[in-house]
Design a protein around this ligand. Structure first.
Ligand code: SF4
Length: 127
């Protein structure tokens, strides 16, 4: 008996937002067994495969700061990170207390859990 499944997704890799259909075999999850349709470019194939094998997201959040003029500092990951690590990353971010000055792009967390993903400030803060 076949265990083929279908998933409908919207590709979030660019603003076009192609409607993808991803066909895969739940009992034999391998890249070569995943078929993607509806994509206008190869990034849709990468995105569709990732969503089935190991979904990833860019994380945006705010962290606490010791500042006279601002209470929270917006931050984001430099790359997509595995969805299974997002809550752990957020725990780390919510326990951070950053001291100004902070520049845009300054790394607040480097290579989170060996993933190669950093977290950077998205706002400059002088004091
Ligand atoms: S498949 Fe290509 S064109 Fe379509 S949304 Fe994804 S990145 Fe954009």
């Amino acid at each position: 008996m076949s265990s083929r499944s279908n998933k409908s997704l919207i590709c979030i890799s660019c603003p076009i937002g192609c409607h993808l259909t991803v066909e895969y075999d739940k009992d034999n999850l391998r890249e070569e067994n995943i078929k993607i349709s509806g994509n206008k470019c190869s990034r849709g194939i990468t995105y569709g495969r990732e969503e089935v094998l190991a979904p990833k997201r860019t994380v945006t959040a705010t962290v606490s700061i010791a500042s006279e003029i601002q209470r929270r500092l917006p931050v984001k990951t430099t790359k997509h990170i595995d969805k299974v690590l997002i809550f752990e990353l957020l725990d780390n971010l919510y326990s951070l207390k950053v001291k100004p000055p902070v520049n845009i792009g300054e790394r607040l967390i480097e290579n989170f859990k060996g993933t190669g993903v950093d977290v950077v400030a998205t706002m400059k803060l002088d004091r």
